[in-house]
Design a protein. Structure first.
Length: 53
């Protein structure tokens, strides 16, 4: 049981680093889209401007 306590004490400070990496990856994924996803995002952005014919 002491081993798991020591292991938890070792990994506890790394949660901040893990969350920063996760946040940075999400931001990179959103800001650097692929060509296909960019076309899809542009099409979705134009939805409010379409006429309802």
């Amino acid at each position: 049981m002491e081993f798991f306590t020591q292991l938890a004490d070792f990994f506890r400070p790394l949660w901040g680093l893990w969350l920063m990496l996760l946040f940075g990856s999400i931001i990179a994924w959103v800001m650097w889209p692929s060509k296909k996803r960019r076309e899809d995002m542009d099409a979705h952005a134009r939805i409010p401007l379409r006429d309802q014919d």
